[in-house]
Design a binder for this molecule. Structure first.
Ligand SMILES: N[C@H](CCC[C@H](N)C(=O)O)C(=O)O
Length: 279
């Protein structure tokens, strides 16, 4: 199976051309391919294939085999991938995802590629939309969640996938491997959740570390950065545009007056190759 390996600020993915490659069991393939010792190694497997409603359909599988509704970092990589490999000559594309249509745009300056800006769509804030248990039409903004006798004030935002955002004084003090999975798998989240710990530096900058649903600690999370900005605005902690400093690099996120969230950042192809194991 031919593949190409990309990353968005260190959040890395194997991208497969679904027009050419046929994979029987995506979940099983994701676990094998994402294994960093017995496989290629990645945070996720992404298949780009035909769509009846958009330019392409993008399916995202976490390294544990679970399918995610959306992934921000790989959306930037897919936009560059389809353009670079001649699957399209458009610089503004629409991707069909389980989170709805997502619109990345390749930004060039004087003919030189600069960045990818993604229309991530609108944030969903009602508990039923996250999803999380509780009054379905009520939002969860700065509400308490008790985990191991410690209370965390959480703000939940869906970007098509669920995010639990927690503001803290010092993100470096957070024992992410210990607390991340407890919140990811908390019974209040029927489809689990991604978990973001955020330290506000000023009203235009935040530091964020993430425990991702189905993948654990990653170096960056595009939907998580988007959810972080929205949560910060809702809590009066930042303006509607900010730089999110992640372990793997920075992402710039803006919550537009059209209620769409826009995320900008790089996309890098690291290598391409042929995967030989039977899937
Ligand atoms: N683990 C996430 C999917 C990948 C999201 C992240 N890598 C991003 O860049 O948005 C989930 O299960 O919702």
């Amino acid at each position: 199976m031919q593949f190409t390996k990309w990353h968005g600020q260190g959040n890395d993915f194997v991208i497969v051309n679904g027009f050419q490659e046929k994979i029987e069991d995506y979940a099983q393939a994701a676990v094998k391919i994402c294994d960093r010792h017995f496989g290629i190694g990645a945070d996720g497997l992404v298949i780009v294939g035909p769509s009846e409603t958009a330019d392409f359909r993008m399916r995202i599988f976490n390294s544990d085999g679970s399918e995610a509704e959306m992934c921000g970092n790989v959306t930037r990589c897919v936009a560059r991938y389809v353009y670079k490999y001649g699957l399209t000559d458009k610089t503004k594309i629409t991707l069909e995802t389980l989170a709805g249509p997502i619109k990345p745009e390749l930004v060039f300056e004087n003919g030189v590629f600069r960045t990818v800006r993604v229309d991530m769509g609108e944030p969903r804030l009602k508990r039923a939309q996250i999803p999380m248990i509780g009054e379905p039409d009520v939002e969860a903004i700065n509400v308490p969640l008790v985990v191991n006798d410690r209370t965390y004030n959480i703000t939940c935002v869906s970007m098509g996938n669920p995010h639990c955002v927690i503001f803290v004084d010092d993100v470096e003090e957070i024992d992410l491997p210990a607390i991340g999975p407890l919140i990811e798998n908390h019974p209040i989240f029927p489809r689990k959740t991604n978990v973001e710990f955020v330290q506000v530096l000023n009203d235009r900058e935040m530091r964020m570390r993430v425990w991702e649903r189905g993948a654990g600690i990653t170096l960056a999370c595009g939907t998580g950065a988007s959810a972080t900005l929205v949560a910060a605005v809702l809590n009066g902690k930042a303006g509607r545009m900010a730089t999110i400093h992640l372990d793997g690099g920075d992402l710039v996120v803006e919550w537009g007056n059209d209620n769409h969230v826009y995320m900008s950042g790089p996309a890098v192809e690291v290598f391409r190759g042929e995967y030989l194991l039977s899937l």
